[in-house]
Structures are given as structure tokens and as C-alpha cells.
Design a protein around this ligand. Sequence first.
Ligand code: ADP
Length: 431
Amino acid sequence: MTIGVSKELVWVFSTLSIAVTLGWLWDATHLVLFSYIVFYITRNLLSIQKFERWIREDKLSVDFPSSGLWAEVINLVDNKIRRLSSKLNLQHYNAEQNKEALMRLKDGIVSLDARGKIEWFNWTARKKLKLNTKDIATNIELIVRIPAFIKYLNEDNNPEPLILHVLQGIPGTVSIAIISYYKDHRLIIIKDIHELYNASQIHKDFIANASHELRTPLTVINGYVEVMLDENVKNKWQKPLEQMHNQSARMQSIIDDLLTLSSLESENVAEELAIVDVPELLNIQQETSVQISQDSHKISFDVDENLLINGYIKPLTSIFSNLIYNAISYSPKGGVIIIKWYKTNNSVVFSVEDHGIGITQKHLARVTERFYRVNGARSREGGGTGLGLSIVKYALETHKAKLIVESKYGLGSKFTCKFPVSLAINAETIN
Ligand code: ADP
């Protein structure tokens, strides 16, 4: 453009010089100068008019000034338009490509606007939700009338997917997740997890069935061993019988723990959510903990007597007994154990702190895995099954609660369970 301006200045300067010289020669300087100005303005106005026509017309072939400042302006504008339009073409091409890829995705995708109305969906979503094009701009809640789905849709940032076993009358397990994006828009993502779910269900059922099957023969063996032990005191079979008795008791505990685990895993906790008198449960735990420890630990209970919870009594009992049992098992005689039950602004907390052997950092993340033991021999000696903390983890999940494990090797451990504060009930407000 600067080139255009300087060219224009050179042109003005030279033509003006010629005009001034002619005016001087003809002795009509004013007339020539006036004519020059009129000519210059008219020339520019004509160029602006052509420029305007060029801008207005869709066709690029419209006649436009071929030289001068305006020709340069038009050239620059023209280049810019071409650059922008090729960029737009590329963006459009990319958007089309992305759309096509999303269209063919095996997962179903539905995009909703801020009011929950359908904007777009892919082929899988069309099949899974029985949608068709006339459903665009319809509220999704009018199409998928499943109460669990509607509740899930209206929850904010639920990190867990919703699992449904029938969708729009079609049987099959699907997981549904919702992602919020751009100004309250949402994406519904529907995954078919039928095969995966079936495989894990078969696996869970197998463990539950095998444990059930083993339970009865083991009880019979155990019973006979006990009778034989009673009747064969000081006989040469005394020791083997005692060992058989211990081992079958261990198997019994493992089977019991496996059954507890599979009932916790099977999603539908058999019991109804109910008000649980946790202080009373902890009172019972206090008595049993003295027996387990054989009174050789200093166990203190700091319990908010008015704090009850809306929960499931069996899983809660499993949480309390497993954590207290572990604290006793993994603490030396005389060790201090502090158990607390209290409420904060954000959660209801159950914590068990011991000054026992502690856990090294590298094991910490894995202690809730099934049969994971830091020291297998020590765990077995103390009657551990390696399943206690997995039971705690699942039992907490049924309450949407979290487990925090802090530990320092040689110094002790603290297990903190944080329940949603919404589950808290003040004993004074009932009755
Ligand atoms: P176990 O029946 O072996 O105690 P758990 O699942 O209850 O199984 O615990 C898993 C492992 O975590 C234990 O074997 C033990 O190594 C470690 N652990 C659990 N609680 C404690 C604790 N309070 N102090 C030290 N280690 C612990």
C-alpha cells in the first residue's frame, strides 16, 4: 500500500508540475489549477465508484481500475478475500471431516443445547435411542423417559457413568456419560458395554457360586475336626487336627469375605437405605476390639453420639470392623489406636489411626486390591484374608464415600473414610 501511495504522489507531483508549467506558459495558472483539481477529484470519484461496484458484485470479473492507488487497494482486498476464503474452506472441510468421523463412531453421541434440546446425533445414537430427524430441537427428556436417565441428566458433573440394562425397550447393557461444553451445551455419550458387563458378571457369579459351594463341605469338615479334637486330646493326632482346624477356619474366613465382597459388588445392595445408629455400632465394636486385642492395646473411641447416618448397616459394620481389626493386627502390644466419628462442613468422617508398623509408600496405592498384602506371612498369622480393605473400598462405594490412606513405614497409619455430608442425620432431630 505504501508503494501505491508513493506512486500516487509521484503521479500527482509530475502531472501537477506539467499543469503549473502550462498555466504559466498560457498565462492562465488559476484556470489550469482549478481544472486540474476538478480532473483529479473526478478521476478518484470514478475509481471509488468502480471499487464500490466491484465490492457489491459477486462476480470477480467486474471492471475495476487497472492502475493507481485504487487499483492497489482492490488488489490488496482481493488477495485478502482469497486468503480468508481458502482458510474458511479448510475449516469447513475439517468440520465436515470431524462430523463424518463422529457420525461413524461406534459410541452413540447426542449433542444438546443449553435447554436440553437435541441439536445433532450420530448413527449409533439414532439406533440406540430410536431417534429420527424430526426429533431435532425436541427436549431429550421427552424422548428418553427413563427416570434414572432424567435424574442423571440433571445432576451436575457426575463422574460415574449411568449403567442401564434396557434402553428405549431394547435389552442390553449400556453406559451413559455426559460431558458439558460450550455455554451449557452437553454431549451424551452412549457406550455398549454388554459383552464386558456379561463377562464381569459371569466372573462375579463364579466367585459367589464357588464360595457358596465350598461353604457347606467346609462346615462339615470343620465340625468333624472339632469333634475329633475334643475326643482325641493328647493323642498323636492332636497337632495335625489342630492345624486342620486352623486352616479350615482360615478357609471359612476367606469364603465369608469373598461372599461379602460379591454381595457388595453386585450393585443392588439387598438392604434398604436406612438410618443407622453408628454410635451404637461403634459401641459394639469397642467391646469386640478389647477382646481381639486381648486388652493389650490402648484403644480410644471419640464418637459424636448424636451423629447418625443414612446408610446400609452391613457394609458399615464391615468398614468399621475391618479397619479396627487391621489397626490392632498391625500394631505392637501397648500400641495406641484412636478411632473417631465426627462431622465437618463437607463430610461425615470415620477414622482409625494407629502407631503400628505402617506401610511403605510403594504399597500404599495397592492395599485395597484383593489379596494384596504387604507381608503375606504376617497377615496370615494374624488371621488376615487379604480381602479386608477391598471390602472396605466397596462398602464405601455403596455410600459414595471415599477412603484416604496415610501411612509412614515404622510410624503408623491413618485410614479416613469420608461420607457425603448429605447422609448425616442428627439424632436429636428424630424421635
Ligand atoms: P489383611 O487381611 O491381610 O489384613 P487387608 O485387605 O485388610 O488384608 O489389608 C491389606 C494389606 O494392607 C495388609 O496385608 C497389610 O499389609 C496392609 N495393612 C492394612 N491395614 C494396615 C495397618 N493398619 N497398618 C499397616 N498395614 C496395614
